[in-house]
Ligand binder design. Structure first.
Ligand SMILES: NC(=O)c1ccc[n+]([C@@H]2O[C@H](COP(=O)([O-])OP(=O)(O)OC[C@H]3O[C@@H](n4cnc5c(N)ncnc54)[C@H](OP(=O)(O)O)[C@@H]3O)[C@@H](O)[C@H]2O)c1
Length: 312
């Protein structure tokens, strides 16, 4: 399929596609895009389920990144495409599925002449030979999108702090439930989470970046903490006293406790996230602070905001 030759440069008619619109991050991005000029189009595996959650003027089109032919129509005429998809909840080999999904999406975006793909992936050091399959796969997806030749802006984030974010909900539920926790050492692994509002601000701002080739930005709160640190801070803010007792190895036990807190649907995702806790996920490249006027809030402020947020 050829790209549409006379696509409008007018911001009022430019089409922005969101893949992953039914997800946590995508679902929060849609209203912000809807408040801006332009047409918002959502790619959804279950359009009927998504439809009631978006404005009547927002387009909802069926599509599955594992079904290549479903993507061409969805990407037709699109100027900016958000890729907020992961396939960790599936029963199969998620690395293979994520690779395939990103490849299909990248190819369809190239065919459609999309100007820019904006992708939210994960932090973590590429040079770490012990990088978890989850983080490795998040980086690989970024590589695949970039290799398409479509200008790709990749954000790399650790845990997103916000109500409804699976990884933050795990921290909350574990703290709510257990006064004393036997914790493996990796609960002290450095991590630099980020408030969902700051993630959304970066995702929105990336749409209006001047053209300039593919770029990757590491984003996070100004300070690093750890999962243990987040548990302590969440406990402090909710007036709970919690004891975290470090033990050298207890991964299956703690993993089991964490996984017992999630729904069966989120079980697979939780399993992969927990595997990644052994890897430091901190911001090493601070270029985002130079390029964007966004100054992310502290971990304390992010947790406070999430606790006051009742929007789910
Ligand atoms: N949440 C965090 O803490 C966090 C932290 C760092 C990075 N990120 C990154 O942010 C992005 C979005 O994460 P999230 O937390 O919003 O995830 P999420 O809530 O689990 O949403 C995942 C989205 O992917 C869609 N999807 C899954 N398989 C698909 C397929 N075959 N075709 C089309 N869509 C498919 C899902 O649609 P269905 O409704 O059809 O299943 C859903 O909309 C991911 O790249 C993730 O790695 C998230």
């Amino acid at each position: 399929m050829q790209p549409e030759p006379n696509r409008s440069e007018d911001p009022n008619t430019a089409v922005t596609l969101v893949a992953g619109a039914s997800g946590y991050v995508g679902g929060r991005l849609i209203p912000l895009l809807e408040a801006q000029p332009g047409v918002v189009r959502c790619l959804a595996r279950n359009p009927d389920k998504l439809r009631p959650h978006v404005r009547a003027t927002t387009e909802v089109v069926p599509g599955d990144v594992l079904t290549p032919h479903s993507l061409d129509g969805a990407l037709q005429g699109v100027r900016t495409a958000y890729y907020l998809v992961h396939l960790m909840s599936g029963p199969g080999d998620f690395e293979k599925d994520d690779r395939e999904g990103a490849t299909n999406f990248a190819r369809a975006a190239t065919r459609a002449g999309v100007r820019r793909i904006i992708y939210l992936g994960g932090l973590g050091d590429d040079a770490d030979p012990d990088l978890s399959p989850h983080l490795r796969s998040r980086h690989e997806v970024g590589d695949i999108l970039r290799a398409s030749g479509v200008e790709t802006v990749e954000f790399r984030a650790s845990l997103v702090i916000g109500t409804g974010s699976l990884s933050f909900d795990l921290v909350k539920k574990l703290t709510d439930r257990l006064p004393v926790m036997l914790c493996p050492r990796w609960l002290n692994t450095p991590t630099q989470p980020v408030a969902v509002d700051d993630v959304l601000a970066y995702l929105l701002a990336a749409k209006d970046l001047p053209p300039g080739g593919s770029r990757t930005f590491e984003i996070g709160c100004p300070e690093a903490t750890s999962y243990g640190g987040m548990i302590r801070e969440y406990a402090r803010q909710t007036g709970r006293r919690r004891w975290l007792i470090s033990v050298p190895v207890l991964t299956p036990y703690l993993s089991g406790l964490w996984l017992a807190l999630v729904t069966p649907a989120a079980f697979e995702v939780g399993r992969h996230l927990i595997e990644g806790l052994k890897n430091p996920t901190v911001v090493r490249d601070k270029a985002a602070l130079d390029v964007f006027p966004i100054r992310p809030m502290s971990v304390r402020a992010a947790i406070q905001k999430a606790l006051g947020d009742t929007t789910g």
